[in-house]
Design a protein around this ligand. Structure first.
Ligand code: NAG
Ligand code: NAG
Ligand code: NAG
Length: 207
């Protein structure tokens, strides 16, 4: 009986051990040489390399802001892809990215944390090469167009306000007129009442 117990125990241990061994063996190594390229105000490209030897069927990219909370988790199954574009980023903001490899039987540990900061909108092109003059001018034009658009909206809103105020004033005048006529009506009886007083005054005077 005791022997059976020991046997069962060792079988369990063996299974448990093998299981752990399998999991350990099948987890691919973490991606290396993680870096950030094509840095812009609103996007960046994360690239990495995968140590040879394991079958990698995909990757996960974890994106978070410097100040903490996780923002985005991209998971893609693609055996050849070693880059991922992060889009819709905020300008001049600190981000941290990590990459995981997906193997046949599990994901790798996360890679080292890589920090980057997005550019300011105005210096979208960090290098000052003359080739990039045209896009820069285009960008300026775009911002100018945006500004005129905003101006038009502001003017329209102001005009609408003016119209509303004018309407209100007219309404107010009408109400005031009504009030005035009302008070005139109220005044009338008073004046009627005052006439007897006048009369009485006259009477007094006549006395
Ligand atoms: C990582 O970069 C180093 C230095 O550039 C290079 O020697 C190494 O081969 C790279 N790792 C992989 C897995 O490509
Ligand atoms: C996998 O990635 C490569 C390189 O990034 C790309 O050319 C290819 O279209 C991708 N395949 C799929 C199925 O998305
Ligand atoms: C860009 O600026 C660097 C110095 O900041 C200068 O050496 C280089 O010649 C400039 N390139 C162009 C295309 O103006």
């Amino acid at each position: 009986m005791a022997r059976l117990f020991i046997l069962l125990n060792s079988v369990a241990l063996l299974l448990f051990g093998t299981d752990r061994f399998l999991v350990g063996a099948n987890r691919p190594p973490a991606p290396v040489n993680v870096s950030v390229m094509n840095l812009r105000a609103d996007s960046a490209t994360v690239t990495w390399e995968v140590p040879e030897g394991d079958i990698i069927i995909g990757f996960s990219v974890l994106q978070q802001k410097q100040d903490g909370h996780m923002q985005r988790f991209i998971r893609e199954v693609n055996t050849t892809s070693r880059a991922c574009v992060l889009w819709d980023l905020e300008e001049e903001t600190d981000y941290i990215v990590q990459v995981q490899s997906i193997g046949l039987y599990g994901e790798s540990q996360a890679s080292k944390r890589v920090h980057f900061k997005t550019l300011k909108k105005s210096d979208r092109f960090p290098s000052n090469s003359s080739n990039q003059d045209d896009p820069t001018v285009e960008g300026l034009d775009k911002s100018r167009n945006l500004q005129t658009g905003e101006m038009i909206i502001i003017v329209v809103v102001l005009l609408m306000w003016a119209a509303v105020i004018a309407l209100f004033c007219r309404q107010y005048d009408i109400i005031k007129d009504n009030d005035n006529s009302n008070s005139k009506e109220k005044v009338k009886p008073l004046s009627e009442r005052s006439t007897p007083e006048h009369h009485s005054g006259g009477l007094l005077r006549s006395k």
